[in-house]
Design a protein around this ligand. Structure first.
Ligand SMILES: [Zn+2]
Length: 257
């Protein structure tokens, strides 16, 4: 798989190619523009697609050999939505993972404790979850992530090992912060786009399309249609013979220190 190191090496080699040619100025300009554009496109692709493993190897799919999948919810806890989700998961007897935003925990400690008590996995999704999180210096990101850990610990007494970057963006600074914190970076293989979907049917279709062994599904606590389609999703997944397991079980790794 193409990663940042190989891409950089190929880029440097491509920059040196004109040394072996006798191209004119115009050809050189076109050549360098194409090479630089291709390089930048690859960097953008690597930053925004967590499954690319471009900057950092993430855990985004379980084994292909077992008919198991895991469901995950980002951006909670939220007063309005999260308790309803927990009620539904409890009645369906389905474990899930919640990647929490640290600043949302204050005032919602009981909901977070309930997640833990009811067997769901809790992961770190940063404290601030700002849109520009990935542009911070790695030290600032690391401190932000630690702050989220502290909030989770305050509510549950456990320190999470799983981290999911805000917006799924990974770059060399995010990689450095994740490595410094010794987190496992947990991604997803199916994105439901439940935060900007136009209808419940759309979310259900996206969540079930190409469902295969080991898939990790990305939902959000605040997805407008998420709670509404969850029962149908679970029913269909079970009808197809899949078992929904905790993301730690799917990945065969521990969720806490
Ligand atoms: Zn998020």
């Amino acid at each position: 798989m193409l990663n940042a190191r190989y891409t950089r090496l190929i880029f440097v080699l491509l920059l040196a190619v004109p040394l072996l040619t006798s191209w004119g100025v115009n050809s050189l300009i076109v050549y360098y523009l194409v090479v630089i554009l291709a390089y930048v496109s690859l960097l953008v692709y690597g930053s925004y697609f967590i499954q690319s493993d471009f900057f950092l190897r993430s855990l985004w799919k379980g084994s292909k050999d077992r008919k198991e999948i895991a469901i995950t919810f980002d951006d909670g806890p939220m007063k309005e939505f999260t308790s309803r989700l927990l009620d539904l998961l409890k009645s369906e007897k389905v474990p899930a993972a919640f990647f929490l935003i640290g600043k949302n925990i204050e005032g919602n400690e009981a909901v977070v404790k309930r997640m833990m008590d009811e067997g769901h996995v809790i992961g770190n999704h940063s404290y601030s979850h700002t849109y520009w999180f990935s542009l911070n210096k790695s030290e600032a990101m690391y401190n932000d992530m630690k702050k989220c850990d502290e909030e989770i610990f305050r509510a549950t007494g456990r320190k999470p090992k799983f981290f999911r970057p805000p917006y799924g963006v990974i770059n060399p600074m995010v990689k450095k912060a994740i490595e410094k914190g010794n987190y496992d970076c947990v991604g997803w293989s199916i994105r439901t786009y439940d935060t900007n979907a136009k209808s419940a049917v759309q979310v259900l279709q996206k969540s079930l399309k190409n469902l295969s062994n080991g898939d990790i599904i990305l939902f959000h606590d605040w997805g407008k249609f998420t709670i509404g389609i969850l029962s149908d999703f679970i029913k269909e997944v079970r009808a197809r013979g899949f078992e929904i397991v905790g993301v730690d079980e799917l990945l065969k790794t521990k969720a806490y220190y």
